[in-house]
Design a protein. Structure first.
Length: 278
């Protein structure tokens, strides 16, 4: 059965989709069977995997029209994709009157689970019904955090949402880890943010950081993960290293008892990192 990981941050532009695409591709290169479920109406993960987002209703067709999930999966050289589309933007409203509306994505993914090692859900950058479906379907949550001033804003709300979901809808939900993205180690601010994040999530922040990298920004416009676009770039090296660390950490997470480093711990809203002088 697949391990299902929701990649979530309600703040946009933090590298959530970039992480989803490149982690999928990196694990595929390691011989694992991976499915990327694009649950963001912007459908950037779909196009980033080289799939034309205008040709299929994808996950929208599955949730709203009852199409068999396997019939909407698209195979690519970088991993399998369950595409998104613009129509998904209104799906939250259409789902409100449906029975078990929080569990529609879980039910859609269940038939696919035996065929994969990992299923990654690229959640929308908001805390609404689509994201709630992602959290209810997932075993764990991976949180990308940008190494900039506003990175910590909203993290407390996100963790409160996760705790509510864990308490009432998905008791198995765990925090997979926190990944620092768009990181510039030359700035004091980035280092301050990293220290704050480590303080909030002791033992859960990956050692690998994803740097700001032009080639990493260019890759999506070519419909390729960074390892296919420019394997020698810093971005490719970082995501390859992160994939290895992710697998190692995931194995540790499976072996430990529930709650040992769990997300049930209170995330205290601490002070924002101060802007460096000058």
């Amino acid at each position: 059965m697949a391990k299902i990981v929701a990649i979530v941050n309600q703040k946009g532009g933090v590298g959530k989709t970039t992480t989803c695409v490149n982690l999928t591709a990196a694990l595929k290169e390691k011989g694992l069977k991976v499915l990327l479920c694009d649950f963001d109406p912007q459908a950037n993960a779909t196009s980033g995997m080289g799939v034309d987002k205008t040709l299929s209703q994808g996950i929208y067709d599955v949730l709203i029209n009852g199409v068999e999930t396997s019939k909407r999966v698209v195979s690519t050289r970088y991993g399998d994709v369950l595409p998104s589309c613009k129509g998904l933007a209104g799906a939250g409203i259409e789902m409100i009157g449906m029975e078990g509306r929080e569990f529609l994505l879980r039910k859609a993914l269940e038939p696919l689970s035996p065929s994969y090692d990992y299923i990654f859900i690229d959640c929308p950058p908001s805390l609404e019904l689509l994201t709630l479906n992602g959290l209810c379907a997932a075993d764990t949550v991976l949180v990308p955090v940008q190494g900039e001033y506003f990175a910590l804003e909203g993290l407390s709300d996100l963790m409160n949402t996760i705790r509510i979901v864990r308490r009432s809808l998905n008791r198995k939900l765990e925090l997979e880890g926190v990944l620092m993205t768009m990181f510039d180690s030359r700035t004091n601010l980035a280092m301050q943010v990293a220290e704050e994040v480590k303080r909030y999530f002791p033992g859960k922040v990956y050692a690998t950081v994803i740097p700001r990298n032009v080639r990493l920004s260019e890759a999506p416009s070519h419909g390729k993960p960074i390892t296919a676009y420019d394997r020698s770039s810093r971005g490719a090296e970082a995501y390859t290293a992160f994939a290895a660390e992710f697998l190692k950490a995931a194995r540790r997470l499976i072996s430990r008892k529930e709650g040992a480093y769990g997300i049930q711990e209170t995330l205290r809203p601490g002070p924002r990192p101060r802007r460096p002088a000058g």
